[in-house]
Ligand binder design. Sequence first.
Ligand code: ACO
Ligand code: HSE
Length: 350
Amino acid sequence: MNYFISEDLFVLEAGGSLPGITIAYHTYGRLNADRSNVVWVCHALTANSDVARWWPGVVGEHGAIRPEEYFIVCANILGSCYGSTGPVGAGPGVGENGVGRPENGGERALYSAFPMITIRDMVRAHILLRKHLGIGKVHLLMGGSMGGYQALEWAVIEAGVIERLFLIATSPTESAWGIAVHAAQRLAIEADTSWRDRSPEAGQKGLKAARAIGILTYRNYGIMVQKQTDMDAEKLDGYRAASYIEYQGKKLVERFNAYCYWLLTKAMDSHHIGRERGGDVEAVLRGMKQKTLIIGITSDILCPVAEQRHMAEHLPDSRFIEIDSAYGHDGFMVEGDKIANHLRDWLSAG
Ligand SMILES: CC(=O)SCCNC(=O)CCNC(=O)[C@H](O)C(C)(C)COP(=O)(O)OP(=O)(O)OC[C@H]1O[C@@H](n2cnc3c(N)ncnc32)[C@H](O)[C@@H]1OP(=O)(O)O
Ligand SMILES: N[C@@H](CCO)C(=O)O
């Protein structure tokens, strides 16, 4: 893990500011002589900069994007808890779920006093890092779900820097459905009596419930019935599906923080590539010149394929592919091999 620190005032889109920011990031491979082999990956809500770990089929030694060929960068998003500036502080020593203390002058936690951020703020932080790394062109910018939100924004903001795009399970605006899901998740966090305590443990029960709500939208009816149906017809309690959902909530609490989750769902709600650009999403898409691969997952109930098809219809130079996966929205991470095959094929077509 590397850390980039910018000591300049970072003015936020919604009106607040941060006195400086820290960005935690991973790189894999080497920049080639003419700096033309950069692949930048934007991660989704609860992932982190170690993309080779969470997207192994797609990025890494055995993936479509290999460090032998590309200089791969992935940065932890602003507002998260994996080392970048966020509600629980930043820098080495801050634990993933915010528990721990910053070392080496790392930033202190602001908790609920942390200002509102948007997807554009995340992108502007990535741009600072891009410049710091001496990268002039990004050959391929890619992301799924909220990672795709950042990729789209970045491709609009720096049209001359981003050469190609790969977008999966994502959309040019947050849908009313997504906003409603996030509102329900924040209600769960806010209902926790420890919420807003000035502690990294605040809101953990609420976070568990919020993740449980999220899982219902990251999966779907089919996979739940297929994997979690009880065979014991005599049961009256202790069902597998209930235990699965509870376990998923508990697992997230061990690696994520309620303040960050609350803040990042707000940032997702703000996603709209037409904002301050005339409001016309289709016109903004038509103005994007990058060669773009778009993948939708047929069973995705959070960002349904209709959203990706809509993007493909308006982006001037795109290839659109639907993949079948039982996993729904999270198929964008689980189906690494299928995704890698389409990505390789698209990249080799030039
Ligand atoms: C630091 C890191 O961990 S790096 C990766 C961190 N995660 C991210 O980056 C975010 C993106 N990743 C994700 O959202 C997820 O990891 C995904 C989508 C890729 C895969 O989800 P998973 O939870 O691993 O898969 P799945 O839904 O099949 O659940 C499997 C887990 O549920 C458990 N489980 C399955 N059925 C049940 C049940 N009935 N009751 C209780 N537990 C159950 C399994 O034992 C397994 O546990 P484990 O994760 O401790 O091995
Ligand atoms: N499972 C994903 C969902 C959001 O795309 C995550 O936790 O980041």
